[in-house]
Structures are given as C-alpha cells and as structure tokens.
Write a protein of this length. Structure first.
Ligand SMILES: *[C@@H]1O[C@H](CO)[C@@H](O)[C@H](O)[C@H]1NC(C)=O
Ligand SMILES: *[C@@H]1O[C@H](CO)[C@@H](O)[C@H](O)[C@H]1NC(C)=O
Length: 453
C-alpha cells in the first residue's frame, strides 16, 4: 500500500489548514481602553490610608489596603518564603490583578474597530475610597465615576459610540450594593457607598462585581478572590490532592465574626449551637476585627480538617469564605440562594448545587427549630465524600491563577478570570446582535446566561 502514508500526510495537511481557517479569536477580540493613570495606577497610591483620617484598619470597608498588598500585581506578598501558591491577597486590589490578567489574554485587539468587547481598566472601588472614607466628600459620592464617563465621551468618542457602550465592561472589587445608591438629594446619602452603578452615562456597560443585586441588568457577580493562586498545573494538582486525602475530624466549621448578634439571626443560631457542643463537632474560627485578613492559614488549615463549612450571610449575602471552602473540599452549607446560587452562574452551575453543597433555609433554623449540627451529622459519609469530590472538581473554576502561569495550566483549566471573560463576551454578543438586528428591546430580556455543566 504505497499510497497510504501519502494519503495520511494529505489528510494531516488538510486538518491543519482547516484549523487555520477557524480563527480562534473570532468573537473574542478585546480592546483594552487606554486611560490616563489617574483612573488606575495612580489610585494605588491610596494604599497606607495616610490621607484618610477616619480609616479603621480593622474593617475592610472603612480603610485603604496596606501598601505591601500591592506586591505581585495585587495578589499581595506570599504567605511564606517557601510557598509557591499562597498569597496574602487583599480583595480591594483585585482590579489591578484583573487588569494584569486581561493584558496577558490571547486575543487582544490594538484597534478598537476590530474588537468584540472593550475592557475599561478603571480601578473603580479604589477610586471610591475618598468618597467612602473622607467625610468631607460624603455629599459628593454621587460623582464617583463621573470623571471617567466624561473622559470616555470626550477622548476618541467613536469607541464608546460604536455600540452605545454595550460592548464595554469593567471590574468593581466589591459588592454592587456599595455602589448602587440612588442619585437622589444629598440629605439621604448613605455613608460608605457611591452611585457608580446608577450613572446614566455608564448604564450600558457590564460591571463585574464580587456580589450583584438580584435583578440588576448591567452587572454580574464573579467569585471573591481567595489567597490561592497557583502558577502551574502540578501546583494546582498537589493542592487538590492534599484536600482530597486530608483527614476530616471536625463536622462543621464556621469562620467569621464570633460576637453574638443582639437580634436572632442565622449567625446567632450557629454560634449558640456550637457553644453547646463540647466534642469536636463544631469549630469556630474567630475572624472578627480583621483577624483573618491576609492570614489564610488561620482558616484554611481548619477548613482542610472539616467536612462542612457554614456560609451564613454577613453584612451582605455573599462571602469570600464560600470559595475558600470549595478550594479546601469543605462542603459549603448555604442558608439562602442569594449567598451563591443566584450570583455566580458563570462559574458554578446553578442546577448542580445539590451535588456539592447543602441548602438549609435560614428561617427553618432561626425560627423553625431545625438544628444545623444534627442535620449535618445525619448526612451519610459516602454522600459527604461525593459532595467533596464534586466541590474539588469545581475548585479550579473559582480560583484565580497567578498571572504569568505556565502554558500547561492555562490550557488545562479555565479559571475564574477565563470564565468571567467568556461570560462577558456571551453577554455582549447577545446585546450587540440585538442592536445589529434593530431590535434593541430584545437585549433587556435577560436570557439565562448560567453555565450548565
Ligand atoms: C444605552 O443603550 C440604549 C439602547 O441601545 C441607547 O438608546 C442609549 O442611548 C444608550 N445609553 C448611553 C448612555 O449610551
Ligand atoms: C443546647 O443543649 C440543650 C440540652 O441538650 C438543648 O435543650 C438546647 O436546645 C441546645 N441549644 C441549642 C442552641 O442547640
């Protein structure tokens, strides 16, 4: 059969050139908008908080990030000289890190006319700090973002006008609730929040937030950053293997504020039940007064030894601890859907929550007499193992790998940034196709954008 090898070569050549025709960047080209440094890198100078007299270092909401957190493009310093994957990450510098990751993406378009989406590298939550920390600026908090809007309208206005802003997206390192105050009269302004998400000029942008409002059309939640940022596939696999074989003698763990609340709520019920137990059924890691900030060992070690990690709402429904738990293979226990299921649909498939988490309605616990510990004690061991295995399968989707990661890792898993960008591109495609078809009303009918895996 002398022709056979030749045929094989022909087929191979055909296959290769076929691949060349399929443009891997089709529909995925991102233009990074060039902004003056006052909208991003200059804002990193807020670190240290020296300029804000009110700042209280124990509370993340009322202080500026410490300057050492700027290391590694906002991931912070490593927790330990020998560790390669763990950092003292301050979530308030997430905007700088996300910017770095977009800069290293494969399909960047230098010319905005070629782009499917426009990334605006504005460090929005850092720019909000003066308004939320300086009492003199309280009445001005409605102007957070106004300078950016003015710049985008004036500088190369065609970029913004091309799709009326529907192809623009940016990241806000915080809860949408903190930036959604009505642009109303000054008397009613709330301390600690701004109106960025209400600015009419930015109304068509997509905002990636760490927590979104339930009905909001313009924002989408992406996972809170944790402290785990591996840069190679073996480092990721080594961690997952450790979480898989870890001995778990603790039944439930709660890491959070350990002061009993004055009114009955789910956190109070958890603390009361745990205080009642003398055995190892329940462990409370006290994270009040910023004790756990930038110290992941404090809660990650106990999480590795626990079977269930409780995720009650705090000041707002979502918490970073949910993602720490998924990474640790500690099955998360949710008390309301707003805690995660109705937030992170691009990263964790909403229809699969039963497979990797436990849902216990908070009303049943606080007012209905349902006991958390005995309910979880009754879950059979093989069920717990199955949920843990599933949580660890999803772990790579909610982690933020380090910038400059190995090609092997980049090709093996989509991490939280990759999935966020995929989600944004899907959404922008939906909106721009509605515009192009001359049916702009169609883009307000929010299709279900969640992933189904
Ligand atoms: C937002 O989009 C709508 C519909 O395309 C358009 O009418 C409106 O002018 C846009 N707003 C801004 C500020 O560009
Ligand atoms: C604490 O234990 C007592 C005695 O077993 C029980 O009656 C009570 O309901 C428990 N309290 C909580 C909050 O679980």
């Amino acid at each position: 059969m002398p022709n056979f090898p030749f045929l094989l070569i022909l087929l191979t050549v055909a296959a290769v050139s076929g691949d060349d025709d399929a443009d891997p960047c089709a529909g995925r080209r991102i233009h990074i908008r060039r902004l003056p440094p006052r909208f991003n890198t200059d804002l990193l100078r807020h670190c240290g908080a020296a300029s804000f007299p009110l700042s209280d270092p124990s509370s993340s909401a009322t202080s500026a990030p410490p300057c050492e957190s700027l290391a590694n493009h906002g991931l912070g310093p490593r927790t330990h000289p020998r560790t390669r994957s763990w950092y003292r990450t301050d979530p308030r510098l997430f905007e700088a890190f996300f910017h770095r990751r977009v800069q290293e993406m494969g399909c960047l378009a230098a010319d905005p006319a070629d782009a499917d989406a426009v990334f605006v590298p504005y460090y929005a939550a850092l720019d909000a700090l003066p308004y939320v920390l300086d009492p003199a600026l309280l009445d001005a908090s409605g102007s957070h973002g106004a300078a950016l809007a003015e710049f985008l309208a004036r500088d190369s206005p065609r970029i913004l006008a091309r799709r009326q802003g529907h192809d623009h997206f940016l990241v806000v390192a915080g809860s949408a609730w903190d930036h959604a105050q009505p642009l109303g009269p000054q008397e009613s302004r709330l301390w600690g929040s701004t109106s960025l998400l209400r600015l009419p000029a930015l109304a068509n942008f997509t905002f990636l937030t760490l927590e979104s409002r339930a009905w909001a059309w313009q924002e989408h939640a992406i996972p809170h950053p944790t402290s785990f940022h591996p840069s190679t596939l073996p480092l990721l696999r080594a961690w997952l293997a450790r979480a898989r074989r870890s001995r778990r003698d603790t039944l439930v763990l709660f890491a959070g504020g350990a002061a009993r609340p004055s009114r009955p709520n789910i956190r109070g019920s958890i603390l009361a039940e745990c205080a009642n137990r003398t055995d190892a059924a329940c462990v409370v890691v006290d994270c009040s007064n910023g004790r756990c900030a930038r110290d992941p060992a404090r809660y990650m070690r106990p999480m590795l030894r626990a079977r269930f990690c409780l995720q009650p709402p705090g000041d707002t429904p979502t918490r970073r601890s949910t993602f720490d738990a998924v990474l640790a293979g500690c099955v998360p226990v949710f008390f309301e859907d707003l805690a995660a299921r109705r937030q992170y649909g691009w990263h964790l498939p909403p229809t699969r929550y039963d497979e990797f988490s436990v849902h216990m309605p908070k009303e049943a616990v606080v007012f209905g007499g349902v006991k958390i510990i005995s309910t979880l004690e009754a879950v059979p061991g093989h069920e717990v193992r199955r949920m843990r295995e599933r949580a660890l399968e999803y772990a790579p989707r909610v982690m933020y790998r380090r910038h400059g990661s190995s090609e092997e890792l980049r090709e093996a898993v989509k991490d939280a940034v990759d999935l966020a960008v995929d989600g944004v591109l899907r959404r922008i495609r939906w909106r721009t196709s509605a515009l192009e078809e001359g049916r702009p009303e169609r883009m307000y009918t929010q299709e279900d954008e969640s992933v189904e895996e």
